[in-house]
Design a protein around this ligand. Structure first.
Ligand code: FAD
Length: 467
């Protein structure tokens, strides 16, 4: 019996992994992970994501070892690597869980066609999303652009129960082809090593994800409807990186919420729905990170434009923002003089994660008070978040900027001070991340909120007036 290959991608887990389950049921299996930084259109991981990936692969290898499934690591264009590996071990079948980015799907389709011609058996499965984006359509057959009807449709489905970890099967006894050592990928930062804060907060890998899920369901979930807005408490689940890397599946999280749901549990479930909605958008709009979903935003007179901006705009004409690059740096480094923004940016830099409420405030400040294109914020988050996700990150940035699907209207401009008073009432969050707050060492405000708000509204008006 020929062995088969399970190609791991954004599904770094052994539980609820239909591709792994099917391969092991079929006989001896070899797991493959490809670091593909060369196939056209595949977005290379940012720094924090690379750190997570290193540790996640280490954890995955341990879990796979227990099943007698060796993990092969290879770097290169996936189409070449998968072909070479399949041929080298004489595999009879290829298994994977589906992914939804356009460039990734192109690669997968190419490999599937090749495998079919070569007489290999190929099976793909749904594992990373609760819905298949092409199956959920509006009455007229199109994509959903508004969250509420989307989620009503998706959540009416019966989601399958998570699959157990497969039994250890026939171990692979053949000779493994040449493969890479994880260390040779140099995913961990060295000069300097900025990952201390990440390691302090996070333990990547499925075991830690399950532990966090269980702790949250037993504790924070009951107060989630309130707690989720409070960056000064542990009110949200902090499961985003585990979901991002597929160490936890959305089916596992969904079923962990139980069938009889409190209001908090339903709100939590709908947050999973936002994750689905972001992927729905990304599936239908592969250039979500580089092009406004609402084309009128191509005309927005940014003080500081984006880099891959599609379409024309009278970029750079918004008055009073000539110093935008320095303002961008101040925002990145958490020294804007607005404590809610700065605390969030410092939390992000030190831990690779930022509370959702603060993400919204920090993003709104960049886009609306500094007049800097949302793409520059998106790129910074992409590099610094451990949960940096090719769908959720651009979709949320476009949501904040007003250029996205079902977005917050542009004229809704968060006041970072009012947000601080409301959501960090005792100042605990700010004090934790900005020890010098309230002393002369804390930076002055880099812009005037009132003036920049008025300028933003003026710019928005200008955009809408041009026909
Ligand atoms: P919880 O409140 O416990 O939510 C549970 C899960 O639901 C999350 O783990 C996440 O998977 C999902 N979720 C919650 N809110 C959203 C949302 N608005 N959009 C999509 N999924 C959501 N989330 C990412 O996973 N990756 C990103 O790259 C990302 N970038 C963002 C950028 C901006 C500007 C903003 C405003 C939000 C972004 N989010 C992103 C969404 C959200 O901030 C995080 O998912 C959330 O803060 C993660 O913390 P948690 O696991 O404690 O969330």
């Amino acid at each position: 019996m020929k062995p088969s290959i399970v190609w791991f991608r954004d599904d770094l887990r052994v539980a609820d992994n239909p591709a792994l389950r099917a391969a092991v049921d079929d006989g001896a299996a070899v797991a493959l992970y490809v670091l593909d930084e060369e196939s056209p259109g595949i977005r290379p991981h940012g720094g924090a994501a690379r750190w997570w990936l290193h540790h996640s692969l280490t954890a995955l290898r341990e879990d796979l070892d227990k099943l007698g499934v060796p993990l092969l690591l290879r770097r290169g264009p996936a189409a070449d690597v998968v072909r070479e590996t399949t041929t080298a071990i004489g595999a009879g079948g290829l298994y994977w869980n589906r992914r939804y980015g356009s460039a990734e799907r192109t690669v997968d389709a190419g490999i599937k066609a090749w495998a079919g011609d070569a007489g290999l058996h190929v099976s793909s499965f749904q594992a990373s999303l609760l819905h298949e984006p092409w199956e959920v359509t509006t009455k007229t057959g199109g994509q959903y652009k508004v969250f509420t009807p989307f989620w009503r449709t998706v959540s009416a489905q019966d989601f399958r129960a998570p699959l157990a970890v497969p039994e250890a099967g026939h171990g692979f006894s053949g000779k493994l082809p040449a493969h890479d050592h994880l260390e040779s990928w140099q995913l961990l930062p060295t000069t300097p090593d900025w990952s201390g804060g990440l390691a302090e907060l996070w333990t990547p890998g499925a075991a830690a994800g399950h532990k966090r899920l269980a702790t949250f369901v037993a504790g924070g979930l009951s107060n989630y409807s309130e707690g989720r807005n409070r960056p000064d408490t542990d009110g949200s689940s902090c499961l985003s990186p585990y979901l991002r890397w597929g160490e936890l599946s959305p089916f596992e999280v969904w079923h962990a919420l139980g069938s009889k749901r409190s209001e908090s549990a339903s709100i939590y479930a709908s947050e999973l729905g936002w994750r689905e909605f972001c992927w729905h958008q990304y599936f239908h709009n592969p250039s979500l990170a580089t092009a406004n979903l609402r084309p009128e935003f191509d005309r927005f007179p940014w003080a500081w434009p984006g880099t891959n901006h599609n379409g024309s705009s009278n970029n750079g004409k918004h008055p009073g923002h000539e110093s935008a690059p320095e303002e961008l740096r101040a925002w990145q480094q958490g020294r804007t003089g607005f404590p809610m923004v700065d605390a969030g940016q410092r939390q992000l830099w030190q831990t690779g994660w930022m509370h959702n409420r603060v993400r919204m405030v920090a993003a709104s400040f960049l886009v609306k008070n500094l007049g800097i294109h949302w793409q520059l914020g998106e790129q910074w988050f992409w590099d610094t978040l451990v949960d940096a996700d090719p769908a959720s990150n651009p979709a949320n940035w476009q949501w904040v900027a007003g250029s996205g699907a079902d977005a917050s209207p542009f004229f809704r401009i968060f006041n970072p001070e009012a947000q601080r008073v409301k959501f960090d009432p005792q100042g605990k969050y700010v004090a934790h991340w900005i020890p010098e707050f309230g002393t002369p060492d804390y930076p002055e405000e880099i812009v005037d909120l009132k003036t920049t708000r008025a300028e933003a509204l003026e710019a928005y008006k200008e955009m809408r007036e041009v026909h």
